[in-house]
Design a protein around this ligand. Structure first.
Ligand code: ASP
Ligand code: MG
Length: 399
């Protein structure tokens, strides 16, 4: 059971989490509880580090940020003990949870389960701080923001858990962001692939790399509210879901920008010369669309980058101009990527048509289109996003 920052956001909430665990013990479960820092705590620590130095040591950064989870672990364990439940916090160096890679962004590579099992066998709840481990130098490491999800999934895998429960402040995964569309509904079951698309497109229920790791290891994940005792969302294998609807969810971004290079030469090596300098500057490129060249001489290339990289990208492209000989650079830094996601579309025809038709009836222009097996994404002007989301939500029967 993993409890996110808001679920342990104050003392009453921590006591409430202890009650949730107590109930699960009554149902006959052995439990490992993974906790996040209290909401806002990690950001507060980061702020302090920045006040000390804008070049704060990476090693000390990890040591500092790891304390947030240590606080909630001890408080939760204390709350359980107060309820006469045997409980023990194990810090990552006591277990140990071994990580690899640089500070701030390490990944868990192994968990020694011996001590954990020993306590579980003696009917203890084992409380473990999320988001951290120790590296080959025996230093404390952290595994990236939102990393407690990854800790929970890694533990579920190494201990062969029946499933992994992610407790949060919403009732589950929704068909779209309820703040954007009041008709959004909770999804009962969603496949790993669909959840991965939703998560990487901004459905902030779970860190997307931890969804990927659950998928690779086939760990069933249940997303639930820690505030309400209602059924949440199950994330599982596609073959365990019978699809009644073609589309499972609608996701969108609000931080994209689009760049088009018009009339670049159509010869081998051009695409690589465009994207190499972006790679060298660590800029992540998302949608890439190259037109078919009508005359075999010239073509257009369109791609999107995050808005925060927009200015840097424009500069890089302008520097390439003499080399690539394109005619014109067209850009728009207020675009949104809007995606309909659903494994049902693998066997169902006409999804693209239905989507484009609905958008056209609302007079919303499509700037670019990309697809995968279970997703169709279009780029539109951000100003249209609310209208587009509610239209598609309705058309695909999700209201
Ligand atoms: N406390 C960490 C963060 O805020 C890890 C987590 O909450 O999952 O990123
Ligand atoms: Mg979190």
């Amino acid at each position: 059971m993993k409890f996110g920052g808001t679920s342990v956001g104050n003392i009453d909430r921590i006591k409430n989490v202890a009650q949730i665990i107590k109930k699960s013990i009554k149902d006959g479960n052995k439990i490992i509880a993974v906790v996040s820092a209290m909401s806002g705590a990690t950001n507060d620590l980061l702020k302090k580090a920045n006040e000390i130095s804008n070049n704060f040591s990476d090693e000390e950064h990890d040591l500092l940020l790891s304390t947030g989870e240590q606080v909630t672990s001890a408080l939760l364990s204390g709350a359980l003990i107060d309820l006469k439940i045997k409980s023990k916090t194990l810090m990552s160096w006591q277990i140990p949870i071994i990580t690899q890679g640089g500070h701030k962004n390490s990944r868990i590579i192994s968990v020694n389960t011996e001590k954990i099992k020993k306590f579980l066998d003696q009917k203890y709840v084992v409380v473990i701080p999320g988001f951290q481990g120790i590296n080959e130098n025996m230093n404390i490491s952290t595994i990236g923001r939102g990393g407690s999800d990854a800790t929970a999934v890694a533990l579920a895998k190494c201990l062969n858990a029946q499933h992994c429960e992610i407790y949060t402040d919403v009732d589950g995964v929704f068909t779209t962001n309820p703040e954007m569309n009041i008709r959004a509904k909770k999804i009962d079951k969603i496949s790993y692939d669909e959840m991965l698309e939703m998560a990487s497109l901004g459905a902030k229920v779970m860190q997307s790399s931890s969804v990927q790791s659950a998928m690779l290891n086939e760990i069933e994940v249940y997303v639930k509210s820690s505030f309400k005792d209602v059924k949440g969302t199950k994330i599982l294998n596609q073959n365990k879901i019978s699809y009644e609807k073609v589309i499972t969810g609608i996701a969108y971004t609000l931080d994209d920008s689009k760049i088009t290079l018009q009339s670049v030469q159509d010869r081998p090596g051009v695409a690589s010369s465009i994207f190499k300098p972006l790679y060298e500057k660590n800029i992540i490129v998302d949608m890439i669309v190259q037109n078919i060249s009508a005359d075999n001489l010239k073509t257009d290339v369109t791609f999107t980058v995050k808005r925060s990289d927009f200015n840097k990208t424009i500069d890089i492209m302008n520097n390439l101009k003499s080399n690539l000989n394109f005619e014109k650079l067209i850009s728009n830094n207020k675009v949104s990527k809007l995606s309909v996601i659903g494994a049902g579309m693998i066997t169902f025809p006409g999804v693209a048509y239905k989507m484009f038709d609905a958008l056209s009836k609302k007079n919303i222009n499509i700037l670019a289109i990309t697809t995968s097996e279970i997703k169709i994404s279009v780029l539109i002007d951000e100003i249209n996003i609310q209208d587009a989301v509610s239209t598609l939500h309705h058309v695909f029967d999700l209201d």
